[in-house]
Design a protein around this ligand. Sequence first.
Ligand code: ZN
Length: 165
Amino acid sequence: MRQSTVYCDICGSPIQGRPYRALVDGAEMVLCLSCYMRLSRGGRAQPVREAKPRRPRGVRRPRRLAPDMYDLVEDYPERIREAREARGWSTAVLAQKLRISETMLRKIEAGKLKPSLDLARRMEKVLGTKLLEPVVDEDVYYGDDDYGRDYVTLGDIVVIDRDEE
Ligand SMILES: [Zn+2]
């Protein structure tokens, strides 16, 4: 787990556990629990609702597979041509098996035309080669902000209040 030390904007001490983000006198600050409790009781700190953080530039999120989404492999023209030639088929023969025009097949093999997913699946079957790969979704939000911090929600704060009383 990523951990970076976060310091309280009020007392300056390193925050143990979860930092609290709050509006103090109209300024957004990150507070330790004791400062947060003190200021919120005095009415000076308002909890900040966490907006969905931006993805920091240059940081790659872990990649997650998006199920049932496929894209053509980059070298599909070569794969199709090589698989076809390995079987000793002319473009006319393969086009007939795929029920497409030879012109279209030639364009696909030249990389000038992308086959539809449906056609690519048929080509995979007929040629016994892999043309589709799963699409990965990189825009998945994992629940921390640019600093890798987790923030408490209003619900957590209510629970803490009750425990202390
Ligand atoms: Zn503090």
